[in-house]
Design a protein around this ligand. Structure first.
Ligand code: FAD
Length: 598
C-alpha cells in the first residue's frame, strides 16, 4: 500500500489522471472514507478568512479514528505528504489548509456522542469533528445538560476550538474550552491513536490543548457538563469612559462567586452608523437608543458591557433562580441527582441558594458606573442566547458579507496596557469602526492553567490516602482545599505539578481579548482586504513598538523567530512535544510553524 502511495504522489506531481488516482488512493489506503473536492474551487482550498487559497492533493472524509490513523501513517511513509485536519474551516489565515497535502474533513467523523457519569459528574464524549451547535442542541434536548464554557459562535468544531482555546463570556468563570475537557483521543503525527488525560499521556493531553493541531488530530474529547439553565436575562449597559468600563468589567470577573454567568463587552462608534454605532446595542427592535443620554465629554467611541444571568423558569415559577455555580465547580456528588430530578427534591436546602432574579440583577448592576438611561435587557431561552450569533450569520449571508474576505485580528492584551491600547487603537486607528463587532473584555490568566494536584493526606491513625484531583484553576484549587466538607486543610500536604496547556497568553493575571470581527462588503462596495490587513499590521506594529504585553490569538507568522517570540518560554517545551508526537512535521502545515521532513 505504501509503495503505491509514493507512486501516486509522483504521478500527482505530474498533474495527470487525477480522478483515477484519487479513487486508487482510496483503495490503497483501505479507507471507509470518501475522497473528493480537489482543486481550487473545493472547500478544502478555502476558509472563512477568504484571503488565502492553496490547492491540496485531496480531501478525505474519514468515518472513524481508524481512517484518520491510516491517512497519517500513509503520509508518514511518503517523502513529503502533509495532513491537515479541517474542522469547519473557520480559520482566517489558511491554518486548516495543506498545499499538495491531504485535508481531512473532520465533520465527517460523527461518532461518538455519549453522556458518561464519573463520580457524580456528567461528561460528554464527543467527536472532534462535531459542531458545538449540535453539542448544545443535543445535550439540552436529550438530557438537560450543557457544557460550561462556549465560544460566541457555535458553527465551529470541537477539535478546531480546542486547538486554540475557545473563549467567550463564560471564560472568566470556567476558563476557556481547553480547561473544560478531561480526556482526549488523539491520532499523533506517528499515526498512533492515544487516549490522554491529566494522568495518562499528560504531555500529549496538555500539548494538544491549544496546540494549533501540531501534535495530533483530536478524534474524541470528554467535555465537562453541568445542568443547563432554562433562561438567560441578557443585559447591555453603555459607558463613555474606558477606565470606568474596564474597571467595572474587571470587578465583575474577579468576583466570580458574586457575578453574572456571562460577561463580555464591545466597542461601538459614537454615531448612528447602523453597522458600528448605537443601533448595534439594542436587544429588541422596540428599544430605543437615545443619544441624549451620552455625556458631552464622550469621545469618538463608546463601550458596551454585555452581561447574562442564568435562571430556571421551571424550577421556580416565581422567577427565582438556583445558584448552581458552587455545586458544579466543586463537583459534589449531587449533580447527577440534580440532572435526573429537575425539581431538586431530596437535595439538602443548604446547598441551593434561591434568589429573586430581579433583586439579583439590581444588586449586581448597582455597583456599575454605566450611563443611566443606556441600559437594555431582554429574556431569552438558554439555547437562543447561545445561538445568538447564528442570527448574525443569517443576516450576513443575506447581505453578502459572510462570504466576503474576513481579515480578522484577535489579540490578548494585558490589563496594564489596555488603557494605552484604547487610547491609540480604539480611539484613533479604529475610530470609524470595522464594519462589525470590536470585542474587548477581560479574562483571568489563572483559568488557563490546569493543575495536576496530588494531595497526600495523613490521618490521625497515620493511614495515608492519596487523591488525585482535577481542578481547572488555582483559585478553585485553593477553594477546594479549604472546603470544610471535602478535606480538613490542616492535614493536607499538597504537592503540585503544574502542567501548562499549549495556549499562549500574556503574563498578567488579567488580560483582555480584543477581537476585530470585520464584516465589510466585498470590493468595490467595501474596502480592499489588503487595506484592512494593513490596518491590522499597523495595530500589531503599535503594540510591538510600544512594548505592550500582548499575544496574538489565532496566531499566524512566517518566520521561526516570530513563532519563538510568540511562544516565549513555552517554545522549548512546544518543540520537544512536536518532536515526540509529530517528528516529521506532518500535521497542520497551514500553521506554518514547522516544515515537513522525511
Ligand atoms: P478550522 O479552521 O477548520 O481549523 C483550525 C485549526 O485547527 C487548523 O490548524 C486545523 O488543522 C486544526 N484542527 C481542526 N480540527 C482539528 C482536530 N480535530 N484536531 C486537531 N486539530 C484540528 N473563537 C473563540 O475562541 N471564540 C469565539 O467566540 C469565536 N467566534 C468565532 C466566530 C466566527 C464567525 C468565526 C469564523 C470564528 C470564531 N472563532 C472564535 C474562531 C474559531 O475558534 C477558530 O477559527 C477555530 O479554528 C474554528 O474552528 P474550526 O472548527 O472551523 O477549525
Amino acid at each position: 500500500m505504501l509503495a503505491y502511495l509514493e507512486h501516486f504522489v509522483h504521478e500527482k506531481d505530474a498533474e495527470s489522471r487525477q480522478d483515477d488516482e484519487v479513487a486508487s488512493l482510496s483503495r490503497a489506503l483501505e479507507l471507509q472514507a470518501s475522497i473528493d473536492e480537489l482543486g481550487p474551487t473545493g472547500i478544502a482550498s478555502k476558509d472563512f478568512g477568504g484571503i488565502k487559497s492553496v490547492k491540496p492533493l485531496a480531501m478525505i472524509r474519514p468515518s472513524s479514528a481508524v481512517d484518520v490513523a491510516r491517512v497519517v501513517k500513509a503520509a508518514a511513509a511518503s517523502p513529503s505528504l502533509t495532513v491537515a485536519a479541517r474542522g469547519n474551516g473557520h480559520s482566517v489565515n489558511g491554518q486548516a489548509m495543506a498545499e499538495k497535502g491531504l485535508v481531512l474533513d473532520m465533520r465527517a467523523l460523527e461518532e461518538p456522542f455519549e453522556i458518561v457519569w464519573i463520580e457524580g459528574t456528567a461528561y460528554l464524549d464527543v467527536s472532534g469533528g462535531a459542531l458545538w451547535e449540535d453539542v448544545l442542541k443535543r445535550c439540552v434536548s436529550e438530557v438537560g445538560l450543557a457544557p460550561r464554557s462556549w465560544t460566541d459562535y457555535l458553527g465551529l468544531t470541537v477539535g478546531g476550538t480546542l486547538s486554540y482555546a475557545g473563549v467567550s463570556g463564560q471564560t472568566f468563570r470556567y476558563g476557556p474550552q481547553t480547561s473544560n475537557v478531561t480526556e482526549l483521543e488523539v491520532v499523533t503525527g506517528k499515526g498512533e491513536t492515544l487516549c490522554c488525560s491529566l494522568t495518562q499521556n499528560s504531555e500529549l493531553f496538555f500539548g494538544a490543548l491549544g496546540g494549533l493541531g501540531q501534535l495530533g488530530i483530536i478524534t474524541r474529547a470528554r467535555v465537562v457538563l453541568q445542568k443547563a439553565p432554562d433562561m438567560v436575562r441578557w443585559i447591555r449597559v453603555v459607558y463613555s469612559e474606558f477606565e470606568e468600563y474596564a474597571g467595572d468589567a474587571e470587578l465583575l470577573v474577579e468576583e466570580v462567586e458574586e457575578c453574572f454567568d456571562y460577561v463580555e463587552g464591545f466597542v461601538l462608534v459614537n454615531s448612528d452608523d447602523p453597522g458600528n454605532g448605537w443601533p448595534t446595542v439594542r436587544l429588541d427592535p422596540e428599544q430605543v437608543f437615545d443619544p441624549i443620554h451620552i455625556p458631552s465629554t464622550a469621545g469618538p467611541v463608546l463601550y458596551c458591557l454585555e452581561l447574562g444571568l442564568h435562571y430556571g423558569n421551571a424550577d421556580d415559577p416565581s422567577g427565582g433562580r438556583v445558584d448552581m455555580a458552587n455545586l458544579a465547580d466543586v463537583r459534589v456528588p449531587t449533580l447527577p441527582q440534580i440532572a435526573k430530578n429537575p425539581s431538586f427534591s431530596g437535595i439538602s436546602k443548604c446547598q441551593l441558594l434561591y434568589h429573586p432574579l430581579n433583586t439579583d440583577v439590581d444588586r449586581l448592576l448597582r455597583r456599575l458606573r454605566f450611563i443611566p438611561g443606556l441600559k437594555f435587557q431582554t429574556d431569552v431561552s438558554y439555547t437562543e442566547f447561545l445561538l445568538r450569533v447564528k442570527r448574525v450569520e443569517e443576516h450576513a449571508k443575506a447581505s453578502g458579507t459572510w462570504d466576503a474576505p474576513h481579515p480578522w485580528l484577535n489579540l490578548f492584551v494585558s490589563k496594564s496596557d489596555i488603557v494605552d491600547f484604547d487610547r491609540e487603537v480604539f480611539k484613533k486607528i479604529l475610530k470609524d469602526g470595522v464594519d462589525g463587532p470590536i470585542l474587548v473584555y477581560p479574562l483571568l490568566r489563572t483559568k488557563y492553567v490546569t493543575i495536576n494536584c496530588t494531595i497526600s493526606w495523613s490521618s490521625i491513625e497515620n493511614h495515608k490516602l492519596f487523591i488525585v484531583m482535577v481542578v481547572p484553576s488555582y483559585s478553585l484549587l485553593l477553594r477546594t482545599l479549604s472546603h470544610p466538607h471535602l478535606l480538613p486543610p490542616r492535614c493536607i500536604r499538597p504537592t503540585l505539578g503544574v502542567l501548562l496547556q499549549s495556549v499562549v497568553v500574556p503574563d498578567s493575571d488579567i488580560f483582555y481579548i480584543v477581537a476585530l470581527l470585520r464584516f465589510s462588503p466585498p470590493p468595490p462596495k467595501g474596502p480592499p482586504p489588503e487595506l484592512l490587513v494593513a490596518q491590522n499590521n499597523e495595530i500589531i506594529q503599535f503594540c510591538t513598538t510600544r512594548g505592550l504585553d500582548f499575544k496574538l490569538y489565532f496566531p499566524h507568522y512566517h518566520s521561526r523567530e516570530d513563532w519563538m517570540k510568540h511562544f516565549g518560554k513555552q517554545w522549548t517545551r512546544f518543540v520537544e512535544r512536536k518532536a515526540n508526537f509529530d517528528p516529521m512535521a506532518i500535521l497542520a502545515p497551514g500553521q506554518r510553524i514547522f516544515s515537513r521532513t522525511s
